[in-house]
Structures are given as C-alpha cells and as structure tokens.
Ligand binder design. Structure first.
Ligand SMILES: NC(=O)c1ccc[n+]([C@@H]2O[C@H](COP(=O)([O-])OP(=O)(O)OC[C@H]3O[C@@H](n4cnc5c(N)ncnc54)[C@H](OP(=O)(O)O)[C@@H]3O)[C@@H](O)[C@H]2O)c1
Length: 184
C-alpha cells in the first residue's frame, strides 16, 4: 500500500494558474498516454483539498460529457476543507479538516490494500509528507511555464533528495517523472 501524489505540473512548478485554471494543461497530451490508466486501477482511496474539489464541482458538466458522470472516481474520496461545500451527485465523499494522520488511517482502512492518491493541491501533499506518510511523487511535467500559480509542492525538500525512479517522454508536450520519498 503506497501513498502517492500523482499530478501534472508546468515546467516552472505550478499545478494550476492562480485562479485555478487548468486550460493550459489539456492541450499538452492525452492522460491515457501517461501511466494514469495503470495508476488509477491500483487506487483504493482519494484525498484532495477544497480548491481541487471546487474545480471538479465547477466543471462537473464537462466531466459528465467526457466520462458519463459528473464525478469520475469510484473510490471513496476525502475532501479537506474548513467550510461546508456542496456535494457532487454520485460521489462517495467524506468532508474532513485538520490533521492528515487520522484521515490517512481511515483512508488506509477503506483502501483495503490498494494505494492512496493525494490528488492535490501541493500543500495538502506536503502535509502528508510532513507527517511521514507520502511514498511517491508521480509528476507529468508539461512543456509550458505559467510564471505564477498554485505550487506543485511548497516545501524545501533538499537533504536527502527525492529518488528519481524513471523518466518517460509523452510526445512533445510532457515528461513523466516518478520519485520515491527516501526512507519510505
Ligand atoms: N495539474 C494537475 O494535475 C492538478 C492536480 C490537482 C489539482 N490541480 C488544481 O490545482 C489547484 C490546487 O489548489 P490549491 O493549491 O489551493 O490546493 P487545494 O489543496 O486543492 O485547496 C487548498 C484548500 O484546501 C483546504 N485545506 C487544505 N488542507 C486542509 C486541512 N488540513 N484541513 C482543512 N482544510 C484544508 C483549505 O481551504 P478551506 O479550508 O478554505 O476550504 C485550503 O485553502 C486547483 O485549482 C486544482 O484544480 C491540478
């Protein structure tokens, strides 16, 4: 059972613009050409922060047109927020706040041996890392820069560095990098 931060990022380290747009991302490649299909098949529980959840909520119609449902995941999903947020029909949601460690224990139990996906944002993935719970980062680096936006991983992580496991080209628009967190 691994806890994985799987995300796309701009070359300069942003996972969304400052106003939470992902319009720059979709022209860069097809998610099905990344390791996503094998990755999601091994996921038993999902966590995300409220900005990420609200992007899903705002784009529910587009998601429904693409995958046939306003919510694309069958796995139970923990949404971190200090606020009361609207539910998305068909989503198996738990709204939580505070320390990630108790939530991780509940996710682990629900995942039943499968992996845990931290969807984002970067600080939420950082909170799991701070608690010693993050095992892997899998990042599709897009061939664009945004200049500013929502950060990939707002932590100073230098010593020991992450351990690069693989680097794979996905067309001219992306490179997929897989890192292990040392000591995990
Ligand atoms: N490029 C990609 O593949 C990719 C992947 C994932 C996400 N994204 C995008 O990246 C952006 C991420 O936004 P973001 O950086 O703002 O991160 P986020 O994690 O989605 O949202 C941050 C918010 O979540 C809530 N939160 C986080 N930790 C919490 C905790 N422990 N307890 C309670 N609440 C907590 C807080 O808001 P409140 O308490 O005010 O609710 C916090 O301001 C979104 O636009 C998303 O769509 C892109």
């Amino acid at each position: 059972m691994k806890t994985q931060f799987f995300t796309a990022t701009s070359l300069d380290g942003f996972i969304a613009t400052e106003d939470d747009s992902l319009d720059w991302l979709f022209p860069l490649g097809d998610v099905n050409d990344s390791s996503y299909p094998e990755f999601i098949a091994q996921i038993g529980a999902i966590a995300m922060g409220s900005s990420t959840y609200q992007w899903m909520w705002r784009n529910a119609e587009t998601v429904a047109a693409e995958v046939g449902s306003p919510w694309p995941y069958s796995q139970p999903t923990w949404v971190f927020s200090s606020r009361t947020l609207p539910a998305i029909p068909g989503a198996d949601l738990r709204f939580v706040q505070g320390d990630v460690r108790d939530v991780h224990a509940a996710m682990r139990a629900a995942a039943d041996g499968k992996n845990i996906w931290i969807v984002g944002g970067g600080d939420l993935a950082g909170q799991f890392h701070d608690a010693g719970l993050l095992d892997e980062l899998i990042v599709q680096v897009g061939s664009v820069t945004l200049g500013r936006g929502k950060p990939l991983f707002p932590r100073r992580l230098t010593n020991p560095p992450l351990l690069l496991q693989s680097a794979r080209q996905i067309g001219s628009g992306m490179a997929e990098l897989r890192y292990l967190v040392p000591g995990r």
